[in-house]
Design a protein around this ligand. Sequence first.
Ligand code: PLP
Length: 360
Amino acid sequence: RVFNFCAGPAALPTSVLERAQAELLDWQGRGLSVMEMSHRSDEFVSIAQQAEANLRTLLQIPANYKVLFMQGGASSQFAMVPLNLLGQGGTPNYIYSGIWAKKAMAEAKRYANQHVAASAEISQLTAMPSQADIQLSADAAYLHYTSNETIGGLRAPEVFQTPEQVPLVCDMSSDILSAPVDIEKFGIIYAGAQKNIGPAGLTLVIIRDDLLDQALEITPTMMQYKVMAENESMYNTPPTFAWYLAGLVFDWLLNDIGGLQVMAQINQRKAQKLYQAIDTSDFYTNPIQPAYRSIMNVPFQLADDALNARFLADAQEAGLLNLSGHRSVGGMRASIYNAVPETAVDALIDFMRDFEQRHA
Ligand code: PLP
């Protein structure tokens, strides 16, 4: 298999795919595929419960938080968060940090006037605001931020703090499960699955119990966290195969990797060596201030944009795929999620050095 640096859908651990392949036609001697099982069957319910149990262990999720396995991607959460949290009024508060935060803010605007509590614009999106920059509105219903801006390659190194009555809501789509996180600091965490969780089509929501009952009247049934929680995420037919695969990924993280502490060390090492390769070269650049650089998505520019196509073609030839930057920013981006092995980063660095020698 090639080394895949795609931002999403992203690489999955090879051992997970091999296990899924081995079980594809006949899951544990039942004579059928997980894809063909009723979501209400004992078999699938056990798969679903095991996935949740492993996730709870990995993230140390306290008992007063529900885990929801939903659909619609993180983009649907942009609407679901205000729909589910504005039932008692108040002003949604947002931290602006880039393209994904902006999309979340655009959805919230449909339901209420919003307040920008802090903005990374001051630094031209090269640094996240810090805790001291945050100014909540007096009637804040919640504070939303994006822990990792997948396109900009900008991350929040700290979990922001809010007063007790203001739940913290976080879009963790592109860095969930990359390191341990203190769930208790959050009201809601959500993430599209297609980076560190599993295949696209599944969306994870972790929500504190007391926030389940604050939805606006207009909230569609399928978008109500309460309905999803009361029905164990099976109000309708869930994306069963994606849920099963996510379960295999959780199992891999827990039992093959050894948990999120170990995963975080590996991720730090991968990111550090790639940034170092960029910083020690005159040919490659990354604009983000070091303290705020993403551990998962590493954007970089070549000294000459005219070489971009050559770089991508040569990289592909060398078995290094999907290094093109997001269409809105250009340049390159290496997404080095959990399933991208350190050997892939080593191979990329070797390739970058060689390309620089040939073209600088
Ligand atoms: N938020 C972040 C940080 C993302 O990186 C993405 C997708 O890349 C999204 C939201 C949107 O996710 P989805 O495609 O699941 O709607």
